[in-house]
Design a binder for this molecule. Structure first.
Ligand code: SAM
Length: 279
């Protein structure tokens, strides 16, 4: 891997952690929870057979593989800072017999992509973690050919995302939780369309558009299944809490999950933007 940009050092340490296989083990859970934004991202991307596609923060690679399938005479490259997830992405790609998808271990902020070598950049929830988003999107813009397009799914703000709001509240167990400053790197960093317009504009993109994608997301087939998945999402907060707080947080989480049990699975409302732009 090329050196991570200093603005992403902490983020890269968190994601590129060989000791923590949660994101890989729960691959199918993430893919299921993302099912609606995933499809809307692909619809908006309108991939053509010869497209050369760059997938930012590709994780275990579902979007890279689907992009490669659609670009049957083209190619897809997934980039991620997590070596563990890239191992999984390569394995699944080989298992699926896909030969036009490749993966690179790197930081999208400073990876030396060949200039103007892609027709399209996609990302499913992989572009909200940049320490210096203008710099990262400018690097991505350079990788796109003139007229190339950007189509990325990002979360809307917390107020519209029941899943994260309720999970966070349950885990807080009555404690005041630190709220990250608006726009701080993290899942909700690109929730504000005005900010996204500014960042993309500064990076050289134009015609920025937003598609509102609201959908119930499945977090498990039943309460126990969802608890296993969700408790891993908040593993750090649970681990760092003292014993009585942890017990309250776990009880709160179980209660929240129970209120979202539809009998057909555990569903929380989610809201994403599919952001489109061109260079
Ligand atoms: C929420 S996960 C989404 C993964 C995948 N796109 C999916 O939908 O399953 C965010 C991903 O972005 C990656 N990531 C974060 N910052 C990155 C950066 N600067 N360059 C490349 N990948 C990054 C993380 O390692 C992680 O795999």
């Amino acid at each position: 891997m090329t050196t991570v940009h200093p603005s992403n050092a902490e983020t890269a340490r968190a994601w590129d952690n060989r000791e923590r296989s949660y994101w890989v083990e729960r691959e199918t859970y993430f893919d299921r929870a993302m099912a609606v934004p995933h499809q809307r991202l692909l619809d908006a991307a309108a991939i053509r057979a010869a497209d050369r596609i760059l997938d930012i923060g590709c994780g275990n690679g579902q979007t890279t593989r689907d992009a490669a399938r659609l670009a049957s005479a083209g190619s897809a490259l997934g980039i991620d800072v997590s070596a563990l997830m890239l191992d999984r992405a390569r394995l699944r790609t080989a298992e699926a017999g896909i030969t036009n998808a490749t993966f690179v271990h790197g930081d999208a902020t400073n990876h030396p992509f060949e200039p103007a070598s892609f027709d399209l950049t996609v990302s499913r929830m992989g572009v909200m973690f940049f320490g210096e988003p203008e710099l990262a999107f400018a690097n991505i813009a350079r990788a796109l050919r003139p007229g190339g397009r950007l189509v990325v799914a990002v979360w809307q703000d917390l107020a519209h995302n029941e899943w994260l709001r309720e999970i966070t509240n349950a885990v807080a167990a009555g404690r005041p939780m630190p709220t990250p400053p608006p726009g701080a790197p993290g899942p909700m960093a690109l929730g504000d369309p005005e900010r996204v317009r500014q960042i993309l504009g500064a990076a050289g993109f134009q015609d920025v558009g937003f598609e509102d994608v609201q959908a119930p997301s499945c977090y498990g087939s039943d309460a126990e299944d969802a608890f296993g998945f969700i408790s891993g999402l908040v593993e750090t907060a649970l681990r760092e809490a003292d014993e009585p707080t942890r017990a309250r947080a776990v009880a709160g989480l179980r209660e929240t999950i129970a209120t979202h049990d539809t009998g057909q699975g555990i569903y929380f409302q989610s809201a994403a933007w599919v952001v489109t732009a061109r260079i």
